[in-house]
Design a protein around this ligand. Sequence first.
Ligand SMILES: Cc1cc2nc3c(=O)[nH]c(=O)nc-3n(C[C@H](O)[C@H](O)[C@H](O)COP(=O)(O)O)c2cc1C
Length: 293
Amino acid sequence: MILAAPLQGFTTAVFRRAHWETIGGVTEYFAPFMRLEQGGLRKKDRYDTDPARQGDAPVVPQILVQHYEEGKILVEYLRETGFRRIDFNFCCPFVKVVRAGYGAAMADTPERMRQVLRLTREYPDIRFSAKLRLESVQHAALLRDHPLVFLTLHPRGMMQGYDGVPDRAAYEKLAGQSACPVIYNGDITAPEPALQNVMIGRGLLADPALPLKWTGQTVPATLYRPFLDRLAELAMAENGGLDYLKTCWEYFLPAFPKRCRKKILKSRTAEEYRAAVEAGFGEWQTVGDGADA
Ligand SMILES: Cc1cc2nc3c(=O)[nH]c(=O)nc-3n(C[C@H](O)[C@H](O)[C@H](O)COP(=O)(O)O)c2cc1C
């Protein structure tokens, strides 16, 4: 099972849909976390999970909550919207989030975590999963008490953010203690046959065809083109589309010709952007195993 990780600002509905329609190979796409603001849903969260914008992509919304009541509001909303999969975020290390007691900080308040996880029993028609960080491993028994379809572990500590060495031993430990499958997440940039279940974030942005390579397929550079074209088409139809596309190039295709990447970042119109991408593909013959070009 290959899962597409949530990355706020990158793996938007536009990205998920374009990837699913042109490359795929992903079992589920996780939407960046949604949360309440002054007791209500944020407009951007409604927009990103609007069913009309998902196409046929298998999308899992993720919720960042601290209390049962907050969770209930978001679960009810998503259920009414038609979702039957929801992920709990117990992993976010961003300072503001952690200071407020959310995300990775939930490991410090296991009783709250237990209250939030009550939702898994109250909504048996919804399949829940949870995304964890190193600190959550100590709560393996608590997690085992709840009907979760799987756990995803990003085995870095809260203070590490997304840098430093992931603790693969902690992943093995949790996998050994868990009643449900445990998915590994962290720094995957190439197929690893030993890992059956993975969630890929930055590695999927760098190489959107990674899920296909996992199954041994050789991927020509031309395969990225329909993805980039569809992404541009969907993004440009929205406000801020060009800026969004430029942001994505922070991670996209490191082997793409540098000169054309610069042009992409400098483009001021949809036409300039498209011309820069076109020129890049003209220069980029094959990427095959990702090592050339
Ligand atoms: C800019 C950025 C935004 C992220 N947003 C989220 C998020 O909304 N929810 C979440 O669970 N993880 C989020 N993450 C963490 C990623 O899902 C993933 O766990 C992390 O990047 C490590 O995996 P990778 O090495 O495959 O990228 C974010 C990470 C980054 C760098």
